[in-house]
Design a protein around this ligand. Structure first.
Ligand code: HEM
Length: 509
């Protein structure tokens, strides 16, 4: 037989397998193709990946095995079954680690708390936990937010309302939270948020690098490992930009770390230092002891805290304000609650951070939880099994199996939230007695569950409430007609096209 004959037979056999696979799977939401695995389905639905994953997971009753292309090591088990998630995050916690593959993807984060496991993680968590518990942490966080609101965010929105200009609220929140978290972690305010509208908001190389860094992390989730490794080696494409971001971030952080060391040598900080002078770098040096602390420990933890404090809160604020401005009845109830609890005759705009007042705002709390349920800023989490195990759903897990649980899809499960799970309904969080209903963290998963749950949860609610009060009492936000609000492809659930709104002043009484 000549070579043409071989080619014809080869093509016929391959076609047979592809057609057979298609015919036997065409009613399934995802097809496992010979050679390519399920990657084609993933790529076809990349633009709405979270909703697609939700549909697929519902079809397979909460758990299924994603098959990557042959020999690419891209297989993982994906689940939204709350009992599986409880098992992975808490009950059999020691068996489910972040692991070396997670570390590779989030390489830039170094040995910061998000990236590490076992004893190293435990020591790191204990250190950070004691910083988060300190009164000086919460009070300086609140003071910083307060100052930024008063000096920049409120004046800027006032200016936007006077000029009638459309603004991108997401960009504004990113700048706001970036300035706040830099002040808290580094003791330095980059002033990326102006106090009035100018042609172009200031560019900050560090902040831009941060955004690109997230794109790079997402790319490493979906590209086969050999491909991004090759790109990294050749320094091309997405990997080139990931590498460049790392350098910018390192340069930026280096200056603060060196000055923290110099100042410590000069002034020898003590734990009784003036609270108004608080920053987390200094506090980490004090907590760990100058003799033992390494600059890399400070660099990695500073970066991890900056990432946690900027992105998750700014994304949540954007989704919250979008939901509220598109649900007038919810907005009216939030304002009613403010009127009952907050407004004093003397003040025409009100910024409060008094915890006893914030705690009274049950409906606002419910609305924030709803936004976090429907749009969790970290839309998915992944772990790796140390030893083989059987999940509560009966699914078998081998050692080194990668497991992904979708926080986004879990927020949209009828089994947890009922048939109206897609509705924005703060009432679902409020009991008949008018208090907040506590939902176990393996069901309301936005802050993760178990020993690795978020250390910043309390401070997040405080910050979001302070911002919600100051902005909703003073302004009304109208989303620009036709503006397309949808999630972008990233490890953080930002809005792809931002949040374009028109701002008008609100009379509060
Ligand atoms: C809306 C706001 C926030 C959300 C939804 C959120 C969510 C999460 C999630 C899902 C995790 C688990 C991440 C993982 O294991 O890969 C996490 C961990 C963590 N978060 Fe947050 N976070 C928020 C704000 C913050 C803030 C403001 C801080 C501090 C400034 C913070 C500090 C941390 C830390 C230190 C961890 C690591 C815990 C560990 O691995 O032991 N978070 N957060």
């Amino acid at each position: 037989m000549d070579s043409l004959g071989f080619i014809v037979i080869f093509v016929a056999i391959v076609s047979f397998f592809f057609i057979h696979t298609w015919l036997s799977n065409r009613n399934n939401p995802v097809i496992d193709w010979p050679f390519f695995g399920m990657l084609p389905a993933l790529l076809c639905h990349l633009s709405n990946i979270h909703d697609y994953a939700t549909t697929v997971l519902k079809h397979y009753e909460g758990t299924f095995m994603f098959k990557g292309p042959w020999l690419t090591n891209l297989d993982f088990l994906i689940t939204i079954d709350p009992m599986n998630v409880h098992h992975i995050t808490s009950k059999n916690f020691d068996n489910y680690i972040k692991g070396p593959k997670f570390y590779e993807i989030f390489e830039i984060m170094g040995d910061g708390i998000f990236n590490i496991d076992s004893d190293k993680w435990k020591r790191n968590r204990d250190t950070l936990h004691s910083l988060f518990k300190a009164n000086s942490f919460e009070s300086s966080f609140v003071k910083t937010i307060h100052k930024k609101l008063e000096s920049c965010l409120v004046p800027l929105l006032n200016n936007a309302s006077e000029l009638g200009t459309v603004v991108d609220l997401q960009d504004i929140f990113q700048r706001f939270t970036f300035d706040n978290i830099c002040s808290i972690v580094l003791g330095f305010d980059p002033n990326s948020l102006p106090n009035k509208l100018i042609d172009k908001f200031p560019e900050n190389a560090f902040e831009t690098a941060f955004n690109k860094m997230e794109d790079g992390m997402f790319y490493r989730h979906i590209a086969p490992r050999f491909l991004w490794k090759l790109q990294k080696w050749l320094q091309i494409g997405q990997e080139k930009s990931y590498g460049e971001c790392g350098k910018i971030i390192d340069q930026f952080l280096h200056q603060f770390i060196s000055s923290t060391f110099q100042e410590q040598n000069k002034f020898n900080y003590t734990k009784d230092d003036d609270e108004s002078n608080f920053n987390m770098l200094k506090a980490l040096v004090m907590e760990s002891g100058m003799e033992t602390i390494e600059p890399k420990f400070l660099r990695d933890n500073a970066l991890n805290l900056l990432a946690a404090g900027r992105d998750a809160i700014s994304a949540s604020l954007s989704w919250f304000f979008w939901l509220v401005s598109t649900h007038p009845l919810v907005e009216a109830k939030i304002l009613e609650e403010f009127r009952e609890n907050l407004i004093t005759k003397e003040e025409n705009w009100f910024i409060t951070s008094r915890l006893e007042i914030l705690n009274k705002l049950v409906y606002l709390h419910g609305a924030l939880c709803e936004a976090l349920r429907l749009f969790p800023p970290l839309p998915f989490e992944h772990k790796s099994a140390v030893k083989s195990d059987i999940l509560p759903s009966g699914d078998h897990v081998n050692a080194n199996t990668r497991i992904l649980y979708s926080l986004y899809s879990m927020g949209r499960m009828e089994q947890i939230w009922g048939e109206d799970c897609l509705e924005f309904k703060p009432e679902r969080w409020i009991s008949d007695k008018g208090s907040i209903i506590q939902v176990p963290s393996y069901k309301f998963i936005a802050f993760n569950a178990g020993p690795r749950s978020c250390l910043g949860k309390n401070i997040t609610f405080i910050q979001m409430k302070i911002v919600a009060i100051a902005l909703l009492l003073n302004f009304q936000f109208e989303v620009v007609e036709g503006h397309n609000v949808c999630p972008c492809l990233s490890v953080i659930l930002h809005m792809k096209h931002g949040l374009k709104v028109k701002v008008t002043k609100r009379g509060i009484n």
